[in-house]
Structures are given as C-alpha cells and as structure tokens.
Design a protein around this ligand. Sequence first.
Ligand code: URA
Length: 253
Amino acid sequence: MEKPVRLQKYLAMAGIASRRKAEEYIAAGRVKVDGKISTAMGQQIIPGKHKVLFDNKKVETKEQLIYILLNKPKGYVTTLSDPQGRPIVTSLLHGIKERVFPVGRLDLDTTGALLLTNDGELAQIILHPKYEVYKTYEAEVKGTPSRTAIQALENGILLENRKTAPAKLQIKRKNKRNSVIIITIHEGRKRQVKKMFQAVGHPVQSLKRLAYGELGLKNLAVGKFKILHQNDIKSIFSKKTTLQTKKLLIQFS
Ligand code: URA
C-alpha cells in the first residue's frame, strides 16, 4: 500500500504541477525534502513520512488522515516491502485505500498491537522517547527472573552501553519452565524487550504487544484491525503528558 513515489510524481499527486513541470521546479532548487534542497531527480518520497516543501510551503497529498490498530499475527513483517517476499502487515488492511505505514516496528515473530497511520507528525510523537508513550508487552520468558533481576530491569540496565529508561514489570503467572511477564517501557530500541530479558538470563520465548498507552487490543482478533477515533488516539498518551504533547493533541480534542 504505502509505496515510495518519485519526488516529481509526489508533487504532481499534490496538484503542484505536471510531472514534467515539477522536474523543472526540482532542477531550479525550489523543492526541499526534509529541510534540504533536492535537485536529485527521482528522489524517493514516502508520503506522510518525508516533509516536502515547494517554495518553502508544505506540500500535502490530499489524503484523509487515518489511524488503524492491527492485531499483528506472527510471520508478518512491519516494513512496507520485503525483499524476501514475506507477507507484509499492510496486506491485512482490506478495504483501506490510504497509504498508511506502521508506527514503529514489531519483530517477525512478535504479535499484537500495531498502529498504522498516514499521519507522519503523530507517528513521530509516538516514537520519540521525549513524549514517553508507554508500550505494554506480554513476554513469555524462560525460567522465572529473581526479584533482583526484576528490579534491575525496572531501574534500567546497560544495553549496548546505554542505560534503559525505567520500566514496570509484573509477573502474571509462572510454572517450572517459563513465566509470563507484563512489561511496560517507553523507549523503542530495536528488539528492546528481548534484549532486556536476555541480559538478565531469561530469554523471551514469545512476545505480544498489548497496548500503546491505554490503547489496548481488547477483543480484536489476531489478523484483524479497527479504525481508531479521537478518543482512542487520546488514550495513547498518558495523563502525565508534557506540555508539548498537550499542544500537539489539541487537534484531537
Ligand atoms: N521488543 C522486542 O524485542 N521485539 C519487538 O517486536 C518489540 C519490542
């Protein structure tokens, strides 16, 4: 669905000019991509992700903004194309015409809540650690982490020379072999949850994202999605949001 388009096509789609005319504008240095003048013909633009300016004015394709929550199954990639030909999450969004992209990633074998949108601005807020959007996961791990291990994970541990931000953990159930742990973090480093448990000697056996903030899967079946409304979007952000977030959220109130 969400496919990169050539810069001149993007300008044409937004009604700025014909493709040929758009090429002239690009060559004349009147087009900026993510703050830099782009004179490279054919630069790939991902609508909703790259910020394109024409004569310093924002160029927008006239798509409606849309927000979707998908319960991602195992075996689907969260990229928009896959050189290995594995199924991509957007192929599950039957009937959605807008070119949406996933907000953040989930590993191939991770299931659960995946937000998709064509709203680049909101995606950036959700992903930026500064805004502290909490993500909650259910992790089945090998063995049972000790109280010391749980505390270490809660306080922050060194991962790749950088301490993780405070987290919340709760053991939901355990047996002799495995434990199911609910973990809430607000960073989004690559494979963070798996690395955190690995670091304390309890590798993750399976992982499911339950929620972004208060926005949970509820009874959304695996492989199914729902279109979100204003209140759903608001529930992503914690009550203790920063002033900046509050300003940005005015559009949803
Ligand atoms: N942390 C992980 O380790 N994997 C995911 O897919 C998401 C968070």
